[in-house]
Design a protein around this ligand. Structure first.
Ligand code: C5P
Length: 313
């Protein structure tokens, strides 16, 4: 009897020790997980953030000038002098500054950009106008992104299954301009002062009865100094200046945490064909832009896992 009592006491002691050991292990585990926290903390809430774990890439992205003009920001004379050459601007820096000043009496003084945050995942689709979108069935995938950036005359109507329906931002300049709905940001890429003047005139009160170009509270204007940065840092000054599509893609690295790219790539003959038309000018290549070099840079970004490039069919 005594030996049975002794045995059960021992068993109890053994169980107590075992439970204490298990609790100890669990506590240590929790502590380890906790202490791993700061290392795991990310710049955004996506599965993978553009700028995580890559100091080199971050350095290149951070070397950028502010991507958009705003009321309290001045570009340098050096940047202006680069910009004025791309489309032979004749007017001087002070005229440029005066025009910019006028802009911010009409348009938002600070661009409407969602800032990065550890509890946010800003997914972006950058949609170029390449013919490789035709028959791609990318529409639903493109629409799935928070931000969908389209450009120039790229339409959605009639092409929904391949390009989607959603547009949060539409990049344009006067000769490529289309009319936008009330919820889409008009992103002007200005190549000369006259483009800024065009924007002002498009929203003049005298024009309010005609169809409005876009919601004036959602207008954003690309910074000429950002164009220079893209030309020098990303294209090693190849071509006269970067294409609209390439600048848009590099812009997306500034305002998105995850970038998926659609509608880029020339056809077999090196022609920048469009998904929405049959090009009449068969000699048309990539004009002032180094199409091949830009495409290589895009492919490299994809190879390094910074973007995903959807090549269509
Ligand atoms: O032709 P468009 O300039 O309107 O096209 C917008 C952008 O899409 C171009 O600036 C270019 O970067 C890209 N694009 C392309 N391949 C094409 C057509 C356009 O990479 N076939």
């Amino acid at each position: 009897m005594l030996s049975i009592l002794k045995e059960s006491k021992l068993r109890c002691l053994f169980y107590l020790l075992w439970i204490t050991a298990v609790i100890g292990v669990l506590l240590t585990w929790e502590h380890t997980l906790h202490s791993l926290g700061p290392q795991q903390s990310s710049l955004c809430a996506c599965h993978k953030c553009l700028n995580d774990d890559d100091a080199g890439f971050r350095k290149v992205v951070n070397a950028s000038h502010k991507p958009f003009l705003s009321r309290n920001y001045n570009i340098s004379k050096d940047a202006f002098n680069w910009w004025k050459k791309i489309q032979r601007e004749r007017r001087d820096f002070s005229f440029f500054q005066m025009t910019v000043d006028k802009l911010f009496h009409v348009f938002p003084p600070v661009p409407d950009v969602v800032e990065s945050s550890p509890d946010r995942c800003r997914t972006c689709a950058v949609v170029g106008n390449s013919g490789n979108l035709k028959g791609s069935y990318y529409g639903p995938l493109i629409d799935f992104h928070d931000v969908v950036i389209r450009m120039n005359r790229g339409p959605t109507k009639g092409y929904e299954k391949d390009v989607g329906t959603k547009t949060t931002h539409h990049v344009m300049y006067p000769t490529s301009a289309i009319y936008l709905d009330n919820t889409t940001h008009l992103v002007l890429f200005p190549f000369k002062i006259r483009d800024l003047e065009w924007l002002l005139s498009a929203f003049e009160p005298a024009n309010v009865n005609s169809q409005s170009r876009a919601n004036k509270d959602l207008v954003m204007i690309l910074n000429p100094a950002f164009m220079k940065y893209v030309h020098e840092t990303w294209l090693q000054k190849k071509g006269k200046y970067p294409s609209t599509g390439f600048m848009t893609l590099i812009l997306s690295l500034q305002i998105c945490d995850e970038v998926n790219v659609f509608g880029f790539g020339a056809d077999r003959r090196g022609i920048w064909n469009h998904y929405f038309e049959i090009l009449q000018n068969k000699k048309f290549r990539t004009g002032n832009h180094q199409g091949k070099y830009e495409y290589k840079a895009i492919e490299q970004l994809a190879q390094f896992g910074k973007i995903v490039l959807f090549k269509g069919w």
